[in-house]
Every structure is written in C-alpha cells, then in structure tokens.
Design a protein around this ligand. Sequence first.
Ligand SMILES: C[S@@+](CC[C@H](N)C(=O)[O-])C[C@H]1O[C@@H](n2cnc3c(N)ncnc32)[C@H](O)[C@@H]1O
Length: 272
Amino acid sequence: MTLAYDWAGRVGDTWADQWRRTDLSFANLSPHLNAAILDAAPETGTAVDIGCGAGGTAIALAAARPALTVLGIDLSRNLVETARERGAAYPNLRFEVGDASELGGITADLLFSRHGVMFFDDPIAAFARLRCAVAADAHLVFSCFRDVTLNAWAIETGAAVTGTAPQKPGTSPGPFAFADADHVHSILQASGWAGDEQPIDYSYRAGEGEQAVDEALAFFSRIGPAAARLRELDGAAQEAGRERLRGVLVAHLRNDAVDFPASAWIWSCRPA
Ligand SMILES: C[S@@+](CC[C@H](N)C(=O)[O-])C[C@H]1O[C@@H](n2cnc3c(N)ncnc32)[C@H](O)[C@@H]1O
C-alpha cells in the first residue's frame, strides 16, 4: 500500500532521485499513452497531469500542443522541483505541489496521468471531484498496471529477494489497485465518468547500457517490491537477497538491456 503520506515523503523523494530510471521503465509504454493523450488533447484550453511525478508525460504534451496550457500536480515537493527543472523551456507548462483528489477552481479540457491515479484513499470521491473540475466535453486518459501476474518485473524481482512470490495485491491504494478493469468501471460509473480500457503489453526496461545489470540492480534496490523486501532484511540476509536479485536480472539481460514482461491498461474516459 502506498499512501499520500508516503508520496509526499520518502517514496516521492526516492522517485525524484531515481527519475531517469523510472522514466526508462516506462519508455516502452509512454508512446502508446502519449498517443492516446494526444488523440484527446485540444489545441487550446487547459490540461492537467494527475500525479505528474518528474513531469515526463506533461512535458511531452506541452511540446506537442504549444497553445495548450498544461499543469502538472503532484504530492511530492521534490518531484515537482525536478519536473520544473526539466520543463523550464516550455512557457505553456507549469507544475504545482498539491493533492489532485482536491482539484478545484479550474475547468480543465483534459485530465491525464501515467500511473498516478491508483493512490487515492477514496477513489470514488477523488474521481467525482475530478469530474467537477472538467468541462462537459472533457477527456480523461490514464494508464495503470494490469494484473500483477502479467507483470514479471514485480513478481520475479520480489520473489528473488526472499524466495516467496509477493502476495496478490488487492484494491488498496498502490501500483496494482486499478488492475481489475471491472473495479475501475465501477469507480468511474459511481463518480460520473464512462470509459474504455485498452490492454498494452510492453517491455519494462529496468536497465540499459554496458552496466545494464548494475543499473537495474540499483533501481530495484530502491523502488518496487524487491526494494520493500530488501529494506526488511539486513546484513548477510540482505546481501544474499541482493545477489539472488542480480541473478534474475542477469537472466533477463539481452543486447545490453534488462527487460521484463509488463502489462498496463490505457483508459480513455468522458464525463457520463
Ligand atoms: C507511480 S508514480 C507516477 C509518476 C509519474 N506520473 C510518472 O509517470 O513518472 C505516482 C505519482 O502519483 C503521485 N500522487 C499520488 N497520489 C496523489 C494525489 N492524491 N495527488 C497528487 N499526486 C499524487 C505520487 O506523488 C507519484 O509521483
């Protein structure tokens, strides 16, 4: 479970520190998501990135739609600082620290998110609030992970550390909270939205280059299920867990890249 408190603190700080590696992990999903966002994006008006993180998706939209005002919102001060530095060249782009579940005082034409909408304590209330912050003909486009069993990057790396597979996540706030499409349909319906989901299988790139395995090891030691399990160990047990993790990464090394099977939904929604 990852709560607002975690994102505003330690977890957000870690993502800010690791933004190049998190962007790399999404590199083979982003072209699909960015195309869906562009399909829905007007030439002018206002678009809001929910849980913008280090800003990669908002920057891509601001670059493609120079007359559209793009606002990124995130709970993490350090991620917003990183996003501001990365996006400084785009006059139509700004980033703010804030809780997107309390978005107000705005009438957006587009809401979008790369994996930033699965962490609301009360998703129906949050999506209802977002519904109140958009125009009647607005779009909402977001990505989220599909079932954990379709995401070997999570299962295999988590299992490597302790030898036991991670428990199947439920719908508590976290990376797999929106894995069940029926659950998401029910949230959308209860909050005034209607949407369709598209499954996208992609390669989750954990590391690349001559040091690809070391890169991937550094990444998974800080972010994801393996990192959570490593934090619970110390001394020799932690070192042994890290070595087993390295073994899994080596097994996924091809042509200077460590890639894992991954699968996400891309949701395209409209006010109901
Ligand atoms: C998995 S990360 C994705 C970050 C970014 N969209 C990306 O693709 O790199 C989830 C992000 O959602 C943000 N987040 C979670 N709950 C939020 C909320 N209620 N309001 C604003 N941001 C939130 C987190 O701080 C984090 O940056």
